[in-house]
Design a protein around this ligand. Structure first.
Ligand SMILES: C[S@@+](CC[C@H](N)C(=O)[O-])C[C@H]1O[C@@H](n2cnc3c(N)ncnc32)[C@H](O)[C@@H]1O
Length: 246
């Protein structure tokens, strides 16, 4: 299954919705950091956002993921773009981060804080942040309350902990962070670097795995996720939350 996941996601620009434009939009909201900030990119995947963050801020960017093949792709790209002095790839588990307390000026988490759970993630990452340090995280969030049944049924299984934007803003306040700003990723950030290349990939993988029921199940689940976003783009989005530790 790990091999299939790699085949689905490694060959596309990102492993979740996002774009260079949105990463930069979030980065520009972070204004009060040292000349050479220490940054954690949590669940960096193949590192599309790591490259943008590293070239925007400089300093040191520790790119952490528990899937080493993704880090190998990022390592090659860091060299290609002359960012290998800035980006340090570290295989690691976000549930057990091997970094000191009060260490980071910024923790970046695009499409990855859900793994810890939004509330739990904000809590568990906080000790690693310096006071005044920032979190920039995307989290899939409901934008409306009247969720259609088929959409609710899908996400009830895939991410039962998905909350409304309003509820996540309450969690931010309750977790001891100041809200700097937030914005929803536009549909182009879902399609251009994620769902469009992913959907093309699924066409090929359906042929490649046509005798593997388990693989086909995952492929069709991924297709359903894409189809539901196509049908209901106004009901939910990834929200980029930019927060500051009090
Ligand atoms: C949805 S992807 C997002 C990747 C990337 N940030 C992006 O936006 O394209 C989530 C990433 O988290 C990584 N991951 C999953 N569980 C993890 C864990 N326990 N510790 C560290 N990384 C993890 C996955 O390997 C994957 O690369």
């Amino acid at each position: 299954m790990e091999d299939l996941l790699y085949q689905i996601f490694s060959d596309i620009p990102r492993q979740g919705p996002g774009s260079r434009f949105s990463t930069l939009q979030a980065a520009r909201l972070i204004t009060d950091v040292p000349e050479e900030p220490v940054i954690l990119d949590l669940g960096c995947g193949t590192g599309a956002q790591t490259l943008v963050v590293a070239s925007h801020f400089g300093g040191k960017v520790y790119a952490v993921d528990n899937f080493k093949p993704y880090l190998q792709i990022l390592e090659l790209n860091a060299i290609k773009f002359g960012l290998n002095e800035t980006i340090v790839c570290r295989p690691g588990d976000m549930f057990n981060l091997d970094f000191p307390e009060n260490y980071f000026d910024i923790i970046w988490a695009e499409g990855s804080v859900y793994i810890l759970g939004f509330a739990n993630g904000l809590k568990s990452l906080k000790p690693h942040l310096k006071t005044g340090g920032y979190v920039a995280a995307t989290e899939i969030s409901w934008l409306r309350e009247d969720i259609p049944d088929d959409l609710a049924a899908f996400w009830e299984i895939e991410y039962p902990d998905m909350k409304t934007l309003a509820s996540n803003l309450k969690t931010v306040a309750a977790s001891g962070y100041q809200l700097v700003d937030y914005f929803a990723l536009p549909p182009t950030a879902w399609w251009d670097e994620f769902y469009t290349p992913l959907e093309k990939r699924l066409v090929k993988l359906r042929q490649q795995f046509d005798d593997d029921d388990e693989a086909l199940e995952l492929i069709e689940l991924t297709q359903l996720e894409i189809d539901l976003y196509r049908k209901y783009p106004d009901y939910y989005s990834y929200i980029f939350y930019i927060l500051r530790k009090n």
